[in-house]
Ligand binder design. Structure first.
Ligand code: G6P
Length: 615
């Protein structure tokens, strides 16, 4: 959701900004723009739609671009004002000498806009962002100091912002500021960068400085200065990014989503690495600070998350309750923050987030901290805002996930919940040691079993082809795989735009069964040996009696299933409690192949953003 890169240095400014924006593309956007300083002028180019349009626009104007020395670029995901060239960033002040790009939402923009209009400012767009351009220009008119003008202006802003500003009269200097939206500086030699996220920088530098809320960065080619909101210089640590540029390559796969699905066995190995190395030994979660004392006073656990992470949370609830007997509530962050919560100092609050930047989850976590709850964050971004709020942390180590539809981060979240639930059981002594050893053994076997699923996807592909023309799907399961049914249906919705709904199988007859006929395929998850198999099978028979087409996802080898179901997708044998870590994979693939057959934009589905940084 929106992305920023700014650059001052000796390289081809346009190429650096375009490649930075390309590496942020996965976040989701609807328009793009760039402002460069060239021949002492500020030149702006903006286009609607994908970055290729901006590239073409710049190519078409090549004769006008000579030797730019600095610039800022932006991809926009519309919040205020429709996607259009006028609403695309960068925005300018009335005279056009000052340019601004912005991520976030300025909540008091209407009131500021009225004041600025009264002062004579001429607004061109419907965005909240444009007030920043006029506000800073107004301050600059009085102070002639861009850093001070930005500082004075941001003090008047309410809401969230990561903002970059350039001015025609202050050559090759970018001022950045942030509050409740990520921003970092990339440090180079004879060049410096500023961006909203690390992938924008990784091709050029791994040395970064993360800005905190209310900090202001002044970036020139030779210097980076960070100050607080009062203008005091802040000594910041340079951190070295752990990722290589190759993480942003498709490595021969047609889409990032397919590559990331195939990375999952190694992702599991990474998550387990150093935490579970010997089934005889307890799980090691170095950054989880829950000891026996804290656990004794623990009343309940609340897990807060959005989207795919919320489905991992639901699986986590089943696991934690099953393994430790501690009561767990799961809630969408957007719901948690607008009701009277029962969180208190004897609650453990777990925030789950791939990005660590989801605005609703951050707000929820802040609320939980205000109530003195112990906060555990499970995230793929240990450098994120959410991780910084954590009392305890489980880093996912899944590597950067580029496809908007989450896959490998989901499996890493599931595995983290297995490890955490076992960890709790080990501290509490709530499970039989032999049983725990078996679970640990099976966890270690998971990557090999998933490799088996990935080695032959022919049944899934033919199922995708057969069902790609259907407009509605129902996914059903019971027990821990309810989370898989919900997540499988979400994957299909997200990337193919087909209406798919996940239900607890037992709920089918309480309403959804009214929709069943030959146009509504029912996909069910059936894991034999567990407590739900026969029940789900009965629910499938009920659906068949209403002429619904049936797809089974099962570890059963029972040939009888081939007579009942139209398609049977088989997975290796697995204990029911561990099965979500395998059942999710064929459902990711099914969604992928259906979307691919339908010719959809798999990696960047319409209207979606990878990281939703506004509430
Ligand atoms: C967006 C993405 C989803 C993701 C959700 C939560 O809506 O499109 O794929 O599951 O945000 O993101 P998080 O980073 O908090 O896991």
């Amino acid at each position: 959701m929106c992305g920023i890169i700014g650059y001052v240095g000796y390289r081809d400014v346009v190429s650096v900004i375009l490649s930075g924006l390309t590496n942020l593309e996965y976040r989701g956007y609807d328009s793009a723009g760039i402002a460069i300083r060239d021949d002492g002028e500020i030149k702006i180019y903006k286009t609607l739609g994908k970055l290729i349009n901006l590239k073409n626009e710049l190519e078409a104007n090549r004769a006008q671009i000579h030797n730019p020395t600095s610039g800022i670029g932006h991809i926009r995901w519309a919040t205020h004002g429709s996607p259009s060239i006028i609403n695309a960033h960068p925005h300018t002040c009335t005279c056009g000498r000052l340019v601004v790009v912005h991520n976030g939402i300025i909540e008091n923009y209407k009131e500021l806009r009225e004041k600025l209009v009264a002062k004579g400012c001429k607004f061109k767009s419907q965005t909240d962002t444009e007030v920043i351009a006029h506000l800073v220009a107004d301050e600059f008119g009085q102070t002639k100091d861009l850093e001070l003008a930005v500082r004075n202006s941001v003090k008047k802003l309410q809401g969230a912002y990561a903002v970059c500003v350039m001015h025609k009269d202050v050559p090759d200097l970018i001022v950045g500021a942030r509050k409740h939206a990520p921003m970092l500086v990339g440090v180079g030699n004879g060049e410096n960068f500023i961006a909203s996220d690390t992938p924008a920088l990784i091709e050029y530098t791994k040395r970064t400085i993360y800005l905190e809320d209310n900090e202001i960065a002044v970036v020139t080619k030779d210097k980076v200065k960070i100050t607080d909101i009062n203008g005091n210089e802040v000594a910041k640590r340079i951190e070295v990014l752990p990722w290589e540029p190759v993480a942003l390559s498709k490595l021969g796969y047609k889409h990032f989503m397919l590559k990331e699905i195939h990375e999952q066995p190694d992702v599991i190995r990474n998550v387990l690495n150093g935490k579970l190395y010997d089934i005889e030994q307890p799980i090691i979660l170095g950054e989880v600070k829950l000891n026996k004392e804290i656990l004794k006073s623990l009343n309940k656990i609340q897990i807060i998350a959005c989207g795919t992470s919320l489905h991992a949370a639901l699986a986590g609830k089943y696991l934690i309750e099953d393994f430790s007997g501690i009561s767990v509530e799961v809630e969408a962050s957007s719901e948690y923050i607008y009701r009277k919560s029962t969180t208190d100092s004897s609650t453990l609050v777990i925030g789950v987030s791939q990005s660590g930047e989801t605005a609703d989850t951050i707000t929820a976590i802040k609320q939980a901290k205000e109530k003195n709850a112990h906060v555990l964050i499970i995230t793929n971004r240990p450098d994120s805002n959410m991780a910084r709020l954590a009392d305890s942390l489980i880093p996912l180590n899944a590597g950067i996930e580029v496809s908007v539809a989450a896959t490998k981060s989901y499996i890493a979240q599931l595995i983290s919940f297995y490890l955490f639930a076992i960890h709790l059981a080990e501290i509490k002594g709530s499970l039989d040691k032999g049983y725990l050893k078996n679970i640990k053994h099976e966890l270690i076997q998971l990557p090999t079993k998933i490799e088996e699923v990935l080695s032959d996807t022919s049944v899934i592909q033919s199922c995708a082809r057969k069902f790609s023309s259907y407009k509605n799907f129902i996914y059903i399961a019971r027990g821990i795989n309810l989370s898989t049914a919900l997540e499988g249906a979400l994957k299909l919705k997200e990337i193919s735009y087909i209406n798919a709904t996940g239900y607890a199988a037992g709920e089918l007859k309480h309403g959804p069964i009214a929709m069943l006929d030959e146009t509504m395929p029912v996909l069910s998850i059936l894991i034999p040996g567990g407590i739900t198999y026969e029940k789900v099978l009965s629910n499938c028979e009920e659906a068949k009696a209403r002429n619904a087409k049936l797809i089974a996802l099962t570890s059963s080898t029972d040939k009888k299933l081939d007579n009942i179901f139209d398609v049977v997708i088989r997975i290796p044998q697995v204990t029911e409690i561990l099965s979500p870590a395998i059942t999710c994979v064929p459902l990711q693939l099914l969604a992928y192949y259906i979307a691919e057959f339908l010719g959809k934009d798999v990696d960047q589905p319409r209207n979606l953003a990878k990281s939703v940084t506004v509430e």
